[in-house]
Structure formats: structure tokens, C-alpha cells
Design a protein. Structure first.
Length: 248
């Protein structure tokens, strides 16, 4: 259930038979034992907005009732800083944030996923060993790129790392996310055209450069919490929907 709504779920029907209760219990047990999906946000180029997307994407999943863990695999610890600011500001915890900036990530993240519906990894820039470990843990890699040809060209190293990881994980999926697009310009279209030559698709959803993102991060909050009906919140919701579709 979306925690942003106030409508409570209503129980209907009569008592369950013993057989029905057993079937429900078995289904619940299987569901609890199923591993959650691991989503890694990676780009070897700094400034692509990985942490903003990671914290907001994790928040969007949590707001719709999913169990979410965010792993900060960036030695700079920006997601951990955000979580600390949130706690200091007295805002309720939406999901757990843990530092895991070590190259055993591919062994530890799947174990964490056993207790979550989604594990979101905020990946490091320019640390190839950590990036490789995150790739080996992930079901889906999102590559945030700013809308410029320079940023698209700079993603070549990340594409190579994903191609290498697919030797060991053929099922690994990847997609570009155009991030920090300047509203009212044609630069986003130019970036999308440049991405057409890449081996991975670019999501149709684009996230724009908006002041509310900076304001929310400074307060340890999410864009939705600052301005529930803002364009930024709608873009993040659309991104979360697109990610869910890719993971089906």
C-alpha cells in the first residue's frame, strides 16, 4: 500500500478453512525466503547524481510499502551523510542505510536482499574494484548520465565493466538514466541521440535538474516530503515504475 494515502485496506469474506490458512502460510513463507532485487547506480564519472537518485529511488519504493535497504558503497559516504542529517532533523526512517564500501559487496548484498524487497546500491566513482563487486551483486544497473555528449562518452568505461560482468552474470540488466536535464532545452534530446549507439537502452523517464532536490538533500528529506505534488516527485515516481517494469 502506498503510505502517502490514507485509505486503509478492508478485510472481506468469512473465516478461512484450515487448508486455505495452510496455503497462505506456505505462500508467506516462500515469499519471505525469496531474495529481493538488487539495483546498483553506477557511473565512473563523478557528478552524475547517483546519490540523489539512489536515496529518492529507495524512498519511492519504501513509500509504496516495500522493504528497502540502501547500501552506500561510495567511500565518500554521501548517502550515509544524508541519513545522518535525516535522523538529526527528527524525520522518521523510511529505510535502512548502511556503509558497505568494500569489494566483498557481491557476497554481502545478496544476503541482505534475503530480508528486503529492494536493495539499492549507491556506487562509487572511479573505484573499479568496488564497481565490479557491485555489478556482480546486481540484478539491474542504472547508469545516470548528465545530458551532454561529454558525459555519454565518459560512460564508456562503465559499459566495459558491465560487459565484463555479464560473462559471470549473463542475466544482468542495464539501462541509462538521463539525469539533471535542464528543463526547456534540447540538450536532453542530443544526449538521447548519443546514447542510441550504446549497447544498453536509455529509459524514457528523465529526471530534471530541480532546486527541490538540493533543498530536500540538505534537510535529509525527499523531494516528495518537501513538495508532495512537485514535478520532481512525479519524475521519481515514474523512474521507480520504469525500474519495476525492467525487473519483471
Amino acid at each position: 500500500m502506498d503510505q502517502r494515502g490514507n485509505t486503509a485496506a478492508q478485510k472481506t469474506g468469512g473465516a478461512l478453512s484450515d487448508a486455505e490458512e495452510n496455503r497462505l502460510s506456505e505462500a508467506k513463507t516462500k515469499a519471505e525466503g525469496r531474495s529481493g532485487k538488487v539495483i546498483a547506480l553506477l557511473n565512473q564519472k563523478g557528478g552524475a547524481g547517483k546519490t540523489t537518485l539512489a536515496t529518492h529511488l529507495a524512498g519511492e519504493f519504501a513509500l509504496t510499502g516495500s522493504r528497502v535497504t540502501l547500501l552506500d558503497a561510495d567511500p565518500q559516504g554521501s548517502a550515509l551523510d544524508w541519513a545522518q542529517r535525516r535522523a538529526q532533523s527528527g524525520h522518521g526512517r523510511l529505510y535502512g542505510v548502511f556503509g558497505l564500501a568494500r569489494d566483498s559487496l557481491h557476497q554481502e548484498a545478496p544476503q541482505i536482499a534475503l530480508q528486503a524487497d529492494f536493495v539499492v546500491i549507491d556506487g562509487p566513482p572511479r573505484v573499479a574494484a568496488l564497481a565490479r563487486s557491485a555489478l556482480l551483486a546486481a540484478d539491474l544497473v542504472l547508469i545516470p548520465v548528465q545530458p551532454s555528449a561529454y558525459d555519454v562518452w565518459a560512460s564508456h568505461e562503465m559499459v566495459q565493466l558491465i560487459t565484463e560482468a555479464r560473462v559471470f552474470r549473463p542475466q544482468l540488466r542495464a539501462a541509462f538514466v538521463i539525469n539533471r536535464r535542464v528543463v526547456g532545452t534540447v540538450i536532453g534530446r542530443e544526449a538521447r541521440a548519443a546514447l542510441a549507439d550504446q549497447p544498453f537502452p536509455a529509459l524514457q523517464v528523465e529526471v530534471s535538474q530541480r532546486i527541490v532536490f538540493a533543498d530536500s538533500v540538505a534537510a535529509g528529506r525527499l523531494a516528495f516530503e518537501v513538495a508532495p505534488n512537485c514535478a520532481a516527485a512525479r519524475e521519481i515516481a515514474a523512474l521507480a515504475h520504469a525500474v519495476r517494469e525492467m525487473l519483471l
